[in-house]
Design a protein around this ligand. Structure first.
Ligand code: PLP
Length: 386
């Protein structure tokens, strides 16, 4: 029997209910003009999101994976650097614990992903390990702002200043977050995703590249539009990766709520902190100093199971059976996936990432979760932990 009153990991229905009227009116505007790709809604969203982020340029694209690839390519990663046989021979440093898209985007440029471990607590990229992995072939480092808070980008940019190595931020999970008052992309280059479950989510796929650099923004825009800024001009070999007008309507409506929704996520995270404080055998997530966290995911670590993946999976299944949309982000470190086995890393190469993958559990957290729902999650977790 299906559980009654399920508590989803994210509640897209509740979010839609808030914006339904604006979305319907916006869809009517688009349908009246039938300008479905690009157009005034996309331009307005790009301007509004750039302003929200405090960056000069936002280029809307088809999804977050493309956004990362386009940012990398605009920065001459992969294609931009070839060996005598015409192959890309550069390397890009990224964390072993991220959604697979970060590494896919790198691999798709032709560059070789070079993985590094994460910090054991925050699970953000180990900046010292990233710097140590930079070698003569490195063209970029991609810190991932995991779960809603920034990695220490300022350390990377300071140490890499004056070199040809670019810092390109994976900002898919941190819309509205800041570190030391700075948003992703300001004075740099960042890519984000508007996948429906993100803090700012579309009704389908979407993504954007963010930067203060007008030349980089123009290159991304051209690459995403068959290599040209105007119809039938093809200055580069590009591809088709554009944001469509209906998604822009949704994103504009949701962007107006994002500050309030992020604040509600913060309140919900604090409430979990109180509800779960007395529970033995788990470690709660924390906010790193200098960060304004937007709690894309609320990820706890199960310590009492000693990294026993099967027991963790059984606990998640038990919560799911009770209608609690717990999940694992992400169950497999990148070097343990068949897709990236070609990189040749041994099991145990990134102990913190592998350890986290076997201990983490994401609890439902979204702007519309109620205190009563969170209490039910806390009770169910306590029971499941025994
Ligand atoms: C960290 C991270 N990077 C990249 C992506 C890729 O975004 P998309 O699914 O829009 O391609 C996502 C989201 O799915 C993500 O969470």
């Amino acid at each position: 029997m299906a559980p009654t009153n399920p508590i989803p990991l994210v509640d897209l229905k509740a979010a839609h209910a808030e914006v339904a009227d604006e979305v319907a009116a916006g869809f009517e505007r688009v349908l009246a003009t039938t300008g479905f790709v690009g157009g005034p809604e996309v331009a307005a969203f790009e301007e509004e999101y750039a302003r929200f982020c405090g960056v000069r340029h936002c280029v809307g694209v088809a999804n977050g994976t493309d956004a990362l690839e386009l940012a990398l390519r605009a920065a001459d990663v992969g294609w931009g650097r070839r060996n005598a046989r015409g192959e890309a021979d550069d390397e890009v440093v990224l964390p072993a614990n991220t959604f697979i898209a970060t590494a896919e985007a790198v691999a798709r440029t032709g560059a070789r992903p070079v993985l590094v471990d994460c910090e054991p607590g925050s699970q953000l990229i180990d900046v010292q390990a990233a710097l140590a992995a930079v070698g003569p072939r490195t063209t970029a480092v991609v810190p991932v702002h995991l779960y809603g808070q920034h990695a220490a980008v300022e350390e990377l940019t300071a140490k890499l200043a004056g070199t040809t190595v670019r810092v390109i931020e994976d900002a898919a999970q941190c819309q509205g977050a800041t570190r030391l008052g700075r948003t992703a992309g300001a004075d740099g280059l960042a890519a984000t995703s508007f996948y429906p479950g993100k803090n700012l989510g579309a009704y389908g796929d979407g993504g954007a590249v963010l930067t203060d650099d007008a030349d980089l923004a123009a290159t991304v825009r051209a690459l995403a539009n068959h290599g040209g800024l105007s119809k039938y001009s093809h200055d580069l070999v590009g591809f088709n990766s554009r944001l469509d007008a209906l998604q822009a309507v949704v994103l504009r409506a949701k962007l107006r709520r994002l500050p309030e929704w992020n604040a509600t996520r913060r309140t919900a995270a604090e409430r979990y902190g109180e509800l779960l404080a007395g529970l033995e055998g788990i470690t709660l997530p924390t906010t790193e100093p200098g960060n304004e966290h937007v709690w894309h995911l609320y990820v706890i670590r199960l310590e009492s199971f000693g990294g026993d993946r099967e027991r963790r999976d059984a606990l998640v299944a038990k919560l799911n059976a009770e209608g609690i949309g717990a999940g694992v982000h992400y169950p497999t470190a990148l070097h343990r996936t068949p897709a990236f086995a070609y990189l040749g890393y041994e099991p145990g190469a990134f102990p913190n990432a592998e350890d986290a993958a076997s201990r983490i559990v994401s609890l439902p957290l979204h702007p519309h979760i109620t205190a009563a729902q969170q209490e039910r999650v806390a009770e169910a977790l306590a029971t499941a932990l025994g």
